[in-house]
Design a protein around this ligand. Sequence first.
Ligand code: GDP
Ligand code: MN
Length: 381
Amino acid sequence: MDLLEYQGKQYFASFGIPVSEGRVARTVEEAVAAADSVGYPVVVKAQVHVGGRGKAGGVKLANDADEVRTHAGNILGMDIKGHTVNIVWIEHASDIAEEYYASFTLDRSVKKYLGMLSAQGGVEIEAVAEETPDAIAKIWIDPVDGLSEQQCRDWVKAAKLNPQAEDGAVEILGKLYRTYTEGDADLVEINPLILRADGAVHALDAKVTLDNNADFRHEWDEYQQTQVRDEREEAAFNAGLQYVGLEGNVGIIANGAGLAMSTLDVVNQVGGDPANFLDVGGGADADKFVAALTIIDNDPRVRSIFINIFGGITRGEEVANGIIAALDRIDIASPIVIRLDGTNADEGRRLLEPHLGEKLQMAPTMLEAARKAVELAGAAN
Ligand code: GDP
Ligand code: MN
Protein backbone atom coordinates (compact mmCIF):
# COMPACT_ATOMS: atom_id res chain seq x y z
CA MET A 1 0.00 0.00 0.00
CA ASP A 2 1.38 3.38 -1.04
CA LEU A 3 1.01 6.29 1.35
CA LEU A 4 0.29 9.85 0.35
CA GLU A 5 3.16 12.27 1.06
CA TYR A 6 1.58 13.70 4.20
CA GLN A 7 0.90 10.22 5.58
CA GLY A 8 4.48 9.22 4.78
CA LYS A 9 5.66 12.28 6.67
CA GLN A 10 3.48 11.38 9.66
CA TYR A 11 4.98 7.90 9.51
CA PHE A 12 8.50 9.36 9.31
CA ALA A 13 7.76 11.70 12.23
CA SER A 14 6.60 8.76 14.36
CA PHE A 15 10.15 7.39 13.98
CA GLY A 16 11.69 10.76 14.82
CA ILE A 17 12.58 11.98 11.33
CA PRO A 18 12.29 15.79 11.10
CA VAL A 19 9.63 17.01 8.66
CA SER A 20 7.99 20.40 8.07
CA GLU A 21 4.94 21.39 10.03
CA GLY A 22 1.81 21.19 7.93
CA ARG A 23 -1.88 20.43 7.58
CA VAL A 24 -4.14 18.76 5.02
CA ALA A 25 -6.92 20.61 3.21
CA ARG A 26 -9.72 19.49 0.92
CA THR A 27 -11.06 22.91 -0.09
CA VAL A 28 -9.54 26.30 -0.91
CA GLU A 29 -10.87 27.79 2.34
CA GLU A 30 -9.39 24.93 4.35
CA ALA A 31 -6.10 25.52 2.56
CA VAL A 32 -6.07 29.19 3.55
CA ALA A 33 -6.92 28.31 7.16
CA ALA A 34 -4.16 25.70 7.16
CA ALA A 35 -1.64 28.20 5.77
CA ASP A 36 -2.67 30.84 8.33
CA SER A 37 -2.04 28.39 11.15
CA VAL A 38 1.22 26.97 9.71
CA GLY A 39 2.71 30.40 8.99
CA TYR A 40 3.87 31.95 5.69
CA PRO A 41 5.55 31.30 3.33
CA VAL A 42 3.96 27.90 2.70
CA VAL A 43 4.14 25.24 0.01
CA VAL A 44 0.86 23.94 -1.44
CA LYS A 45 1.36 20.30 -2.42
CA ALA A 46 -0.95 17.96 -4.36
CA GLN A 47 -1.51 14.67 -2.54
CA VAL A 48 -1.67 11.85 -5.08
CA HIS A 49 -0.15 8.36 -5.25
CA VAL A 50 2.31 9.35 -7.96
CA GLY A 51 5.63 11.19 -8.14
CA GLY A 52 6.75 14.10 -10.30
CA ARG A 53 4.14 16.43 -8.86
CA GLY A 54 6.51 19.39 -8.93
CA LYS A 55 7.00 19.17 -12.69
CA ALA A 56 3.26 18.71 -13.23
CA GLY A 57 2.51 21.97 -11.39
CA GLY A 58 1.28 20.26 -8.23
CA VAL A 59 3.81 21.90 -5.86
CA LYS A 60 3.64 25.70 -5.45
CA LEU A 61 5.13 28.23 -3.09
CA ALA A 62 2.70 30.79 -1.60
CA ASN A 63 3.69 33.93 0.29
CA ASP A 64 0.25 35.01 1.45
CA ALA A 65 -3.39 33.95 1.67
CA ASP A 66 -4.18 35.21 -1.85
CA GLU A 67 -1.44 33.08 -3.36
CA VAL A 68 -2.65 30.08 -1.37
CA ARG A 69 -6.14 30.69 -2.74
CA THR A 70 -4.82 30.80 -6.31
CA HIS A 71 -2.58 27.74 -6.03
CA ALA A 72 -4.98 25.59 -3.99
CA GLY A 73 -7.73 26.52 -6.47
CA ASN A 74 -5.57 25.36 -9.37
CA ILE A 75 -4.22 22.23 -7.73
CA LEU A 76 -7.44 20.87 -6.18
CA GLY A 77 -9.19 18.94 -8.93
CA MET A 78 -6.04 18.87 -11.08
CA ASP A 79 -5.23 15.66 -12.92
CA ILE A 80 -1.67 14.41 -12.38
CA LYS A 81 -0.83 11.40 -14.54
CA GLY A 82 -4.40 10.13 -14.30
CA HIS A 83 -4.76 10.83 -10.57
CA THR A 84 -7.26 13.47 -9.48
CA VAL A 85 -6.11 15.72 -6.65
CA ASN A 86 -8.67 15.75 -3.81
CA ILE A 87 -6.32 16.70 -0.99
CA VAL A 88 -3.55 19.29 -0.70
CA TRP A 89 -0.90 19.40 1.99
CA ILE A 90 0.05 22.85 3.20
CA GLU A 91 3.41 23.03 4.90
CA HIS A 92 5.70 25.76 6.09
CA ALA A 93 8.20 26.45 3.30
CA SER A 94 11.83 25.51 3.85
CA ASP A 95 14.84 27.55 2.82
CA ILE A 96 16.77 24.98 0.80
CA ALA A 97 20.57 25.01 0.54
CA GLU A 98 21.03 21.55 -0.99
CA GLU A 99 18.84 18.64 -2.12
CA TYR A 100 19.81 14.99 -1.56
CA TYR A 101 18.24 11.58 -2.11
CA ALA A 102 17.91 8.68 0.35
CA SER A 103 16.02 5.38 0.23
CA PHE A 104 15.81 1.81 1.49
CA THR A 105 14.28 -1.07 -0.36
CA LEU A 106 14.83 -4.81 -0.78
CA ASP A 107 17.34 -6.26 -3.22
CA ARG A 108 15.86 -9.70 -3.79
CA SER A 109 18.77 -10.87 -5.94
CA VAL A 110 21.16 -10.78 -2.95
CA LYS A 111 18.54 -11.17 -0.18
CA LYS A 112 19.64 -7.94 1.44
CA TYR A 113 18.26 -4.48 2.04
CA LEU A 114 19.55 -1.88 -0.38
CA GLY A 115 20.18 1.67 0.81
CA MET A 116 20.74 4.40 -1.78
CA LEU A 117 22.08 7.84 -1.03
CA SER A 118 22.98 10.64 -3.41
CA ALA A 119 24.08 14.25 -3.23
CA GLN A 120 22.01 14.75 -6.39
CA GLY A 121 18.48 14.86 -5.05
CA GLY A 122 15.31 16.59 -6.08
CA VAL A 123 15.41 15.02 -9.54
CA GLU A 124 14.17 11.57 -10.47
CA ILE A 125 16.60 8.95 -9.18
CA GLU A 126 16.14 6.95 -12.40
CA ALA A 127 17.65 9.88 -14.30
CA VAL A 128 20.62 10.05 -11.91
CA ALA A 129 21.11 6.28 -12.20
CA GLU A 130 21.05 6.60 -15.98
CA GLU A 131 23.28 9.64 -16.44
CA THR A 132 25.65 9.61 -13.44
CA PRO A 133 25.39 6.19 -11.75
CA ASP A 134 28.51 6.96 -9.67
CA ALA A 135 26.59 9.73 -7.95
CA ILE A 136 24.55 7.11 -6.07
CA ALA A 137 26.25 5.53 -3.07
CA LYS A 138 24.76 2.10 -2.44
CA ILE A 139 24.93 -0.01 0.68
CA TRP A 140 23.70 -3.58 1.09
CA ILE A 141 22.55 -4.50 4.57
CA ASP A 142 22.09 -7.97 5.98
CA PRO A 143 18.81 -7.84 7.95
CA VAL A 144 20.43 -9.88 10.73
CA ASP A 145 23.34 -7.45 11.16
CA GLY A 146 21.32 -4.26 10.83
CA LEU A 147 22.84 -0.86 10.10
CA SER A 148 25.31 0.77 12.53
CA GLU A 149 25.95 4.45 13.02
CA GLN A 150 29.51 4.03 11.75
CA GLN A 151 28.23 2.41 8.54
CA CYS A 152 25.87 5.35 8.08
CA ARG A 153 28.72 7.81 8.55
CA ASP A 154 30.95 6.03 6.01
CA TRP A 155 28.00 5.88 3.65
CA VAL A 156 27.32 9.62 3.94
CA LYS A 157 31.00 10.29 3.24
CA ALA A 158 30.94 7.97 0.22
CA ALA A 159 27.95 9.90 -1.14
CA LYS A 160 29.93 13.13 -0.75
CA LEU A 161 27.22 15.06 1.04
CA ASN A 162 28.20 18.48 2.33
CA PRO A 163 30.17 17.87 5.59
CA GLN A 164 27.77 20.32 7.23
CA ALA A 165 24.96 17.82 6.59
CA GLU A 166 26.86 14.79 7.87
CA ASP A 167 25.59 14.52 11.46
CA GLY A 168 21.99 15.29 10.50
CA ALA A 169 22.06 12.84 7.60
CA VAL A 170 23.56 10.06 9.73
CA GLU A 171 20.81 10.50 12.28
CA ILE A 172 18.04 10.56 9.67
CA LEU A 173 19.40 7.51 7.84
CA GLY A 174 19.37 5.52 11.09
CA LYS A 175 15.76 6.53 11.69
CA LEU A 176 14.81 5.90 8.08
CA TYR A 177 16.23 2.40 8.41
CA ARG A 178 14.03 1.84 11.48
CA THR A 179 11.01 3.18 9.59
CA TYR A 180 11.78 0.65 6.88
CA THR A 181 12.32 -2.35 9.15
CA GLU A 182 10.21 -1.80 12.29
CA GLY A 183 7.66 0.10 10.23
CA ASP A 184 7.24 -2.90 7.88
CA ALA A 185 7.76 -0.90 4.70
CA ASP A 186 8.70 -2.26 1.28
CA LEU A 187 10.09 1.12 0.29
CA VAL A 188 11.00 4.34 2.07
CA GLU A 189 12.31 7.24 0.02
CA ILE A 190 13.17 10.86 0.83
CA ASN A 191 13.58 12.98 -2.31
CA PRO A 192 14.63 15.59 -1.59
CA LEU A 193 16.33 15.18 1.74
CA ILE A 194 17.44 18.76 2.28
CA LEU A 195 20.17 20.69 3.98
CA ARG A 196 18.45 23.88 5.04
CA ALA A 197 20.09 27.29 4.93
CA ASP A 198 20.16 27.19 8.75
CA GLY A 199 22.18 23.93 8.67
CA ALA A 200 19.40 21.51 9.66
CA VAL A 201 18.81 18.30 7.68
CA HIS A 202 15.19 17.58 6.97
CA ALA A 203 12.83 15.38 4.90
CA LEU A 204 11.03 17.54 2.32
CA ASP A 205 9.18 14.74 0.56
CA ALA A 206 8.12 11.23 1.61
CA LYS A 207 7.44 8.11 -0.38
CA VAL A 208 6.42 5.12 1.69
CA THR A 209 5.11 1.76 0.53
CA LEU A 210 3.87 -0.40 3.39
CA ASP A 211 3.78 -4.19 3.36
CA ASN A 212 0.08 -5.02 3.54
CA ASN A 213 0.86 -8.41 5.08
CA ALA A 214 2.04 -6.59 8.22
CA ASP A 215 -1.25 -4.70 8.57
CA PHE A 216 -2.23 -6.70 11.66
CA ARG A 217 0.79 -5.36 13.54
CA HIS A 218 -0.04 -1.69 12.98
CA GLU A 219 -2.73 0.95 13.10
CA TRP A 220 -3.02 1.53 9.37
CA ASP A 221 -6.80 1.95 9.02
CA GLU A 222 -6.47 5.64 8.18
CA TYR A 223 -4.04 4.87 5.37
CA GLN A 224 -6.32 2.15 4.01
CA GLN A 225 -9.16 4.65 3.80
CA THR A 226 -7.37 6.99 1.39
CA GLN A 227 -6.30 4.20 -0.98
CA VAL A 228 -7.67 4.80 -4.43
CA ARG A 229 -9.70 1.79 -5.50
CA ASP A 230 -12.31 1.52 -8.20
CA GLU A 231 -15.69 0.05 -7.27
CA ARG A 232 -14.59 -3.48 -8.13
CA GLU A 233 -11.38 -3.18 -6.10
CA GLU A 234 -13.26 -1.74 -3.13
CA ALA A 235 -15.68 -4.71 -3.09
CA ALA A 236 -12.80 -7.18 -3.41
CA PHE A 237 -10.85 -5.44 -0.63
CA ASN A 238 -13.87 -5.70 1.68
CA ALA A 239 -14.19 -9.41 0.86
CA GLY A 240 -10.49 -9.98 1.62
CA LEU A 241 -9.61 -10.97 -1.97
CA GLN A 242 -6.41 -10.10 -3.81
CA TYR A 243 -7.87 -8.29 -6.81
CA VAL A 244 -6.62 -5.85 -9.41
CA GLY A 245 -9.05 -4.42 -11.95
CA LEU A 246 -7.98 -4.46 -15.61
CA GLU A 247 -9.65 -3.36 -18.84
CA GLY A 248 -10.45 -6.59 -20.71
CA ASN A 249 -13.57 -8.81 -20.86
CA VAL A 250 -12.40 -12.21 -19.53
CA GLY A 251 -12.89 -12.43 -15.78
CA ILE A 252 -10.16 -14.41 -14.01
CA ILE A 253 -10.24 -16.44 -10.81
CA ALA A 254 -7.18 -18.47 -9.85
CA ASN A 255 -5.68 -19.85 -6.66
CA GLY A 256 -2.26 -18.44 -5.91
CA ALA A 257 -0.77 -15.19 -7.17
CA GLY A 258 1.67 -17.01 -9.47
CA LEU A 259 -1.04 -19.04 -11.17
CA ALA A 260 -3.26 -15.95 -11.44
CA MET A 261 -0.47 -14.10 -13.26
CA SER A 262 0.20 -17.06 -15.57
CA THR A 263 -3.51 -17.15 -16.30
CA LEU A 264 -3.41 -13.53 -17.45
CA ASP A 265 -0.45 -14.40 -19.69
CA VAL A 266 -2.19 -17.40 -21.23
CA VAL A 267 -5.38 -15.44 -21.88
CA ASN A 268 -3.28 -12.78 -23.59
CA GLN A 269 -1.37 -15.42 -25.52
CA VAL A 270 -4.54 -16.78 -27.11
CA GLY A 271 -5.64 -13.30 -28.11
CA GLY A 272 -7.88 -12.48 -25.15
CA ASP A 273 -7.96 -9.58 -22.76
CA PRO A 274 -8.26 -10.21 -18.97
CA ALA A 275 -10.76 -8.11 -17.00
CA ASN A 276 -8.89 -8.57 -13.74
CA PHE A 277 -6.35 -10.34 -11.60
CA LEU A 278 -7.94 -12.30 -8.76
CA ASP A 279 -6.25 -14.69 -6.37
CA VAL A 280 -8.75 -16.57 -4.19
CA GLY A 281 -5.84 -17.86 -2.12
CA GLY A 282 -5.81 -21.18 -0.33
CA GLY A 283 -8.98 -22.90 0.85
CA ALA A 284 -12.02 -23.21 -1.34
CA ASP A 285 -15.11 -22.47 0.69
CA ALA A 286 -18.28 -21.42 -1.12
CA ASP A 287 -18.22 -17.95 0.50
CA LYS A 288 -14.98 -17.12 -1.28
CA PHE A 289 -16.26 -18.20 -4.66
CA VAL A 290 -19.54 -16.37 -4.10
CA ALA A 291 -17.62 -13.16 -3.37
CA ALA A 292 -15.15 -13.64 -6.24
CA LEU A 293 -17.81 -14.57 -8.82
CA THR A 294 -20.12 -11.75 -7.74
CA ILE A 295 -17.41 -9.09 -8.02
CA ILE A 296 -16.38 -10.31 -11.45
CA ASP A 297 -19.92 -10.75 -12.73
CA ASN A 298 -20.87 -7.24 -11.57
CA ASP A 299 -18.12 -5.84 -13.80
CA PRO A 300 -19.95 -4.65 -16.93
CA ARG A 301 -16.87 -5.38 -19.06
CA VAL A 302 -16.92 -9.10 -18.30
CA ARG A 303 -18.23 -11.47 -21.00
CA SER A 304 -16.86 -14.79 -19.72
CA ILE A 305 -15.19 -16.10 -16.56
CA PHE A 306 -12.18 -18.39 -16.43
CA ILE A 307 -11.68 -20.27 -13.16
CA ASN A 308 -8.18 -21.74 -13.10
CA ILE A 309 -7.44 -23.93 -10.09
CA PHE A 310 -4.46 -26.09 -9.34
CA GLY A 311 -5.21 -28.18 -6.26
CA GLY A 312 -2.35 -28.37 -3.78
CA ILE A 313 -3.12 -28.49 -0.12
CA THR A 314 -6.66 -27.57 -1.11
CA ARG A 315 -7.92 -30.69 -2.83
CA GLY A 316 -9.84 -30.82 -6.11
CA GLU A 317 -13.08 -32.12 -4.63
CA GLU A 318 -13.13 -29.31 -2.04
CA VAL A 319 -12.74 -26.75 -4.80
CA ALA A 320 -15.47 -28.41 -6.89
CA ASN A 321 -17.84 -28.45 -3.92
CA GLY A 322 -17.06 -24.80 -3.21
CA ILE A 323 -17.86 -23.77 -6.78
CA ILE A 324 -21.03 -25.89 -6.94
CA ALA A 325 -22.31 -24.50 -3.63
CA ALA A 326 -21.50 -20.95 -4.75
CA LEU A 327 -23.38 -21.36 -8.04
CA ASP A 328 -26.32 -22.72 -6.07
CA ARG A 329 -26.51 -19.48 -4.12
CA ILE A 330 -25.97 -16.91 -6.86
CA ASP A 331 -26.96 -16.38 -10.46
CA ILE A 332 -24.01 -15.57 -12.71
CA ALA A 333 -24.73 -13.96 -16.08
CA SER A 334 -21.45 -14.74 -17.85
CA PRO A 335 -20.53 -18.26 -18.95
CA ILE A 336 -17.84 -19.92 -16.82
CA VAL A 337 -14.98 -22.12 -17.97
CA ILE A 338 -13.19 -24.21 -15.35
CA ARG A 339 -9.82 -25.83 -15.51
CA LEU A 340 -9.19 -28.00 -12.50
CA ASP A 341 -5.91 -29.83 -12.02
CA GLY A 342 -3.62 -30.99 -9.22
CA THR A 343 -4.47 -32.96 -6.08
CA ASN A 344 -7.66 -35.02 -6.46
CA ALA A 345 -8.54 -33.24 -9.72
CA ASP A 346 -10.28 -36.36 -11.07
CA GLU A 347 -12.58 -36.46 -8.09
CA GLY A 348 -13.30 -32.74 -8.46
CA ARG A 349 -14.07 -33.04 -12.16
CA ARG A 350 -16.43 -35.94 -11.47
CA LEU A 351 -18.34 -33.78 -9.00
CA LEU A 352 -18.59 -30.92 -11.52
CA GLU A 353 -19.67 -33.17 -14.42
CA PRO A 354 -23.45 -33.19 -13.71
CA HIS A 355 -23.48 -29.38 -13.49
CA LEU A 356 -21.87 -28.75 -16.86
CA GLY A 357 -23.74 -27.09 -19.69
CA GLU A 358 -23.67 -23.86 -21.66
CA LYS A 359 -23.21 -21.72 -18.53
CA LEU A 360 -20.55 -23.91 -16.94
CA GLN A 361 -17.94 -25.58 -19.07
CA MET A 362 -14.78 -27.46 -18.32
CA ALA A 363 -11.53 -27.87 -20.24
CA PRO A 364 -8.72 -30.30 -19.49
CA THR A 365 -5.79 -27.87 -19.81
CA MET A 366 -5.08 -24.25 -18.99
CA LEU A 367 -4.49 -23.42 -22.66
CA GLU A 368 -7.73 -25.02 -23.85
CA ALA A 369 -9.69 -23.41 -21.05
CA ALA A 370 -8.22 -20.01 -21.93
CA ARG A 371 -9.15 -20.49 -25.62
CA LYS A 372 -12.68 -21.47 -24.66
CA ALA A 373 -13.11 -18.49 -22.30
CA VAL A 374 -11.72 -16.04 -24.88
CA GLU A 375 -13.98 -17.51 -27.56
CA LEU A 376 -17.02 -17.16 -25.30
CA ALA A 377 -16.06 -13.54 -24.49
CA GLY A 378 -15.83 -12.78 -28.19
CA ALA A 379 -19.06 -14.57 -29.00
CA ALA A 380 -20.90 -12.62 -26.32
CA ASN A 381 -19.82 -9.23 -27.69
P1 GDP B 1 7.62 15.67 -6.30
O1 GDP B 1 7.87 16.54 -7.50
O2 GDP B 1 6.34 14.92 -6.42
O3 GDP B 1 8.77 14.77 -6.01
O4 GDP B 1 7.44 16.67 -5.04
P2 GDP B 1 8.49 17.22 -3.97
O5 GDP B 1 7.85 17.25 -2.65
O6 GDP B 1 9.78 16.49 -4.05
O7 GDP B 1 8.71 18.73 -4.44
C1 GDP B 1 9.30 19.03 -5.68
C2 GDP B 1 10.29 20.17 -5.54
O8 GDP B 1 9.63 21.33 -5.04
C3 GDP B 1 11.41 19.92 -4.56
O9 GDP B 1 12.46 19.19 -5.12
C4 GDP B 1 11.82 21.32 -4.18
O10 GDP B 1 12.75 21.80 -5.12
C5 GDP B 1 10.52 22.11 -4.29
N1 GDP B 1 10.02 22.35 -2.93
C6 GDP B 1 9.21 21.54 -2.21
N2 GDP B 1 9.03 22.03 -0.96
C7 GDP B 1 9.74 23.17 -0.90
C8 GDP B 1 9.99 24.13 0.14
O11 GDP B 1 9.53 24.02 1.29
N3 GDP B 1 10.81 25.19 -0.17
C9 GDP B 1 11.34 25.33 -1.40
N4 GDP B 1 12.14 26.37 -1.61
N5 GDP B 1 11.16 24.44 -2.39
C10 GDP B 1 10.38 23.38 -2.15
MN1 MN C 1 10.02 14.38 -4.48
